[in-house]
Structure formats: structure tokens, C-alpha cells
Design a protein around this ligand. Sequence first.
Ligand code: SAM
Length: 270
Amino acid sequence: MPAQGLPRELRTTTPHTARMYDYYLGGKDNYPVDREAAEAVRSVLPHIKVTARSTREFMHRATRWFTARGIRQFLDIGTGIPTEPNLHQVAQHEAPEARVVYVDHDPIVLAHVDALLRSTPEGRTEYLHGDVRAPRDIVGSEELTRTLDLSQPVALSMNALFHFVPDEDDPIGIIRELVEPLAPGSYVSLTHVTADFLDPEEAAKAIDVYRKGGIPAQVRDRTEFEALFAGLELVDPGITPTYRWHPDGPPRQDETDATTSMYAGVALKK
Ligand SMILES: C[S@@+](CC[C@H](N)C(=O)[O-])C[C@H]1O[C@@H](n2cnc3c(N)ncnc32)[C@H](O)[C@@H]1O
């Protein structure tokens, strides 16, 4: 699907994942249809707001972990509606010269793009309205090539995205194509909803809410999640629930494997 061919209209009659996630995070950029679907998910997964917050906090820690290893270039696909601190704010707080390319396919994110484009003067941020299922359009885009130097390492972050890319869309092949042009020393960071710690019936009901709203959705178990890192080397501590990946301190009171229900992993391209 060519990036320029994507529909741009804001549909308010069907739920959108970006807007449901914004609702889970306590944001205001969502519509009644999103809130209704989000509450339907919350009725079977009462901890969904904890899941979203812990996922966001993983992104903050992973971004700082990357900057501490000298990474100054970031590609963030499935960015979501801006929620402070956004990835570039975390990265540029540590390294003001950091460059970030954001990609999302939802027109609501494009509508709020200004917040993503407020870079430090030393750094740079860019936004591409694009679909992860068309990986070559992303890595070959002018927005990316004029912002990132692909001869230098990049942290490719795709958080809470691939549960919206079912197996028939070949997520492993998509990631392979995104990673292929990246320099050795690049990293891939993923988070992904799992039902491994949930009652399978409740997880199925939550997935059903998304599918009924026209959103393709699939949970993956640990083995299926690990398979997304094919050809890459997972870094310590391997795959963990989000809140247990290089935590800053003890877990929050409401954080458990079941309340977070999202796997995280970071891998190196050798
Ligand atoms: C649950 S939000 C995650 C936002 C952010 N990455 C985070 O973890 O805080 C998922 C985002 O992925 C985007 N998304 C879903 N499918 C996509 C696709 N095929 N291509 C690009 N973005 C997609 C949605 O529009 C939404 O903004």
C-alpha cells in the first residue's frame, strides 16, 4: 500500500486504535465511538490503563537506554497520538542532537503532528504518514532519508504495534525489510500484547472488540513474540513484561505480569 495512497479522513463512526490508546492514557483526543470500544475492552481487561501506562514508560526507559549507548537516530513506527513526553523529548533530553522520524497510518496522529515536530534546534524530527505493512515505502521515503543517515545505527522502535499486524500480513517479513537497510549496531525495540498471563476467554473477548470495530488484532505468546526478532540478537534481560525491562525502581503497586500483559524486547543488529 503506497504511503501517499492512504485515506486521510478522520472517521468518527468506527473506533481507532490510536484514539482508544489515547483514552487509556487519559488523553482527550478521542471520540464517543473510541471511548465505547475502550470501555468494552476495559470491562473484560480492567487493568488496560495500567497496560498502556507501563508500555509508555518502557518506551521512555528504552529510549534513554539507547541514548546511553550512543544512539542518536530513531525511527518510531506506530507513534500514536502525541503524549508527553514523546520519544523525541526523551531522546533530546539526553542528547539534544538526536533525530527522530515518526510514522503512523492514522490521520488523527497527522492532525496532531505539530507536537511531534517541536524539535530542539540541534536535533530534528520528521513525520511520515505511512503504513508499516508497506515497509519499503517507509525506509525509502524522502522524510526518512533526509533526516536519518542509514550508514549510522538507528533505534527502530515499534511499540504496541504488531498486535495490529496479524500473521497473514507477514510481520516477520515486514520487520526483516525494515531492518535490512539499517547499519550494524542498530537496535529494534518491540512491545506486544500477550494473553500469556490472562484468562484466555477474557483475552479473546477483548480481541473481539477490536475485530468487531474493523481493527485487525492478534495476541501473541512468548514464542510468537520472540519470533519477530528473527536474525537479531536479543539484549539483556531478553523478553520480559514491559515493567520488568530495565526498571528504574521497584514496580508500581498496580504492576504485575497480568495487569501489564505486554511483552517487551530489544535486539541488536550485528
Ligand atoms: C496502541 S498505539 C501505540 C502508540 C505508541 N507506540 C506507544 O506505545 O505509546 C498503536 C499505534 O499504531 C498505529 N498503527 C496501527 N496499525 C498501523 C499500521 N499498519 N501502520 C502504521 N501505524 C499503525 C495506530 O494508529 C496507533 O497510533
